[in-house]
Write a protein of this length. Sequence first.
Length: 217
Amino acid sequence: SALPLRTDPATWRPALDSLRRLLVNSTQRPGIVWRILCQHNPWYSVGDHGGYSVWDEESETVTRLPDCDKDSNAVGWLINSLDPEDLCAAKYQAQIDSLRSVIHESGAKIQLVLSGHEHALQLLSYPDRHPSCELCPKIHVVSGAGAKTSTVKLPSPPYEYTASQRTNEGESLAGFAQLKFESAKMRVVFYNSANGDMIDMGGGRREFWISRNGQLE
């Protein structure tokens, strides 16, 4: 998906139409069982672009500072008025709504969104969000910590798994995600780029299995 947020949403139509045709065509090919939406911007995030950017010394956790609230975060509000880089920005949400509509209309099930933008490692499972779009992805993998890291909320299983380091003021571990596809399941593992070890993303989970219906097992 390539929908530049700095452009007029009216210019997104050719890309959205192309995605719709691709998804519709995929429903006519029974051999296709996995569909992954790859895009730069995540649909959800508990990192810096999702507002989780402030380390609280007392509670030793990353807290949220709204990026689009003029009263509490004037700098963030101004930045997003000029360049919609955070999830709260109206144009950012318009992009996601457009993609959600295309998926719903196509009749094709998307099991996962794979994205970057955030310099952090996250696996988010939100099975109950947007129930009106059953075909829309409920699992979101954010892997943008290969060369640079930023803050991310501490893990909150079973919905939010992250590589946040309490010992480093909530900074994400540097690393990457690996996806392995099997006929009935998909395996997702996050690796620490410093030593190659599998990362505990919260609750002792170092690997994740996703079913073909797009649910975390």
